[in-house]
Design a protein around this ligand. Sequence first.
Ligand code: SF4
Length: 89
Amino acid sequence: MLVWIDQDLCTGDGLCTDHCPELFRILEDGISYVVDPAGHALSDPGGAECTVPVGAKLERAAIDAALDCPGECIFIEAEHPPAAGGFGR
Ligand code: SF4
């Protein structure tokens, strides 16, 4: 699972950091950024170009953060999308 934030929509309320401080961090500009596995907030440039993997232990917290995000700006993607056609063909 992968996660990124659209900073243009972020309100800076900090709900994501309440849910999962390991994955989200508010920087000096008052906006939230994702944190990479080495602990660095990815703010250059941020947005969809800064996507980080989510470990299994943090998946639930990341999903809860996305569901609660008032800016609807936390995006979660499958790391390996299912093949076209899918089930039952
Ligand atoms: S919960 Fe959403 S709007 Fe609030 S600080 Fe985090 S990313 Fe920004």
